[in-house]
Design a protein around this ligand. Structure first.
Ligand SMILES: N[C@@H](CCC(=O)N[C@@H](CS)C(=O)NCC(=O)O)C(=O)O
Length: 223
């Protein structure tokens, strides 16, 4: 059976977890506690970059959430989570790439940077740029792939719901608000999205990660 190494609080692993559930693919869930378990030799053998998600399917080890999602779509094509239409496909890919390169890198700053700091304001602006484009891409449709729920909604939806829970308002984007509510009607999403209590734990972990990064930087400056 396919093995998924993940943690429920990891936003990038959650993409893969939801894809597996939405595609109804049987899998064994192996939780890696990201407070150090990711550095254990057995896990480092699987992923020398000490990150979740990782899957193993038929002996094939796959790293990187977007690569895993592409693999799952090709290997288990039903139900399809990728539109065939060129325009819709372009929108879905844009949402995935913008989530990866523009949205996710702002998570740490919006949690750890002090209120009104330049860095925080820069990240908030960047996130609103992303939300503006997402609102344009969605338009009047139900999903980024038109009426077809897709991996664009999984990747974009995870990011948008998370930043919203972290305090980024969606009020200026009524179509995104309706889309978020549409996603949250899905049983799988209710089961996999973090509760408010888990968001508090997630923030504490991000603070710890940031402190670790700061002390590493100080150490590197000294040597
Ligand atoms: N580009 C990778 C990033 C994965 C990633 O950053 N995972 C985080 C959790 S969201 C992690 O495992 N962090 C632990 C660490 O870096 O030690 C992907 O998309 O799969």
């Amino acid at each position: 059976m396919l093995k998924l190494y993940h943690h429920p609080l990891s936003p990038l692993a959650r993409r893969v977890w939801i894809t597996l559930l939405e595609k109804n693919i049987p899998f064994e869930s192996i939780i890696i506690n990201l407070d150090g378990e990711q550095f254990k030799p057995d896990f480092l053998k699987l992923n020398p970059f000490h990150q979740v998600p990782v899957i193993i399917d038929n002996g094939l080890r796959i790293l990187e959430s977007l690569a895993i999602i592409d693999y799952l779509e090709s290997k288990y094509p039903t139900p399809s989570l990728l539109p065939k239409n060129a325009e819709q496909l372009a929108k879905v890919r844009m949402v995935q790439m913008l989530s990866e390169h523009k949205l996710i890198p702002q998570l740490l700053p919006i949690i750890v940077e002090p209120k009104k700091s330049r860095r925080l304001i820069k990240s908030q602006r960047q996130l609103h740029r992303v939300l503006t484009i997402f609102a344009e891409l969605l338009g009047e449709d139900n999903y980024f792939g038109g009426n077809c729920f897709s991996v664009g909604d999984i990747v974009g939806g995870n990011g948008v719901i998370l930043i919203n829970k972290l305090g980024i308002s969606l009020d200026k984007y009524p179509n995104l608000l309706a889309w978020r509510d549409r996603l949250m009607l899905r049983e799988i999403w209710q089961k996999t999205q973090p509760s408010d209590a888990e968001i508090v734990i997630f923030k504490q972990r991000m603070h710890a990660l940031w402190e670790m990064q700061q002390s590493k930087r100080m150490f590197m400056r000294k040597i």
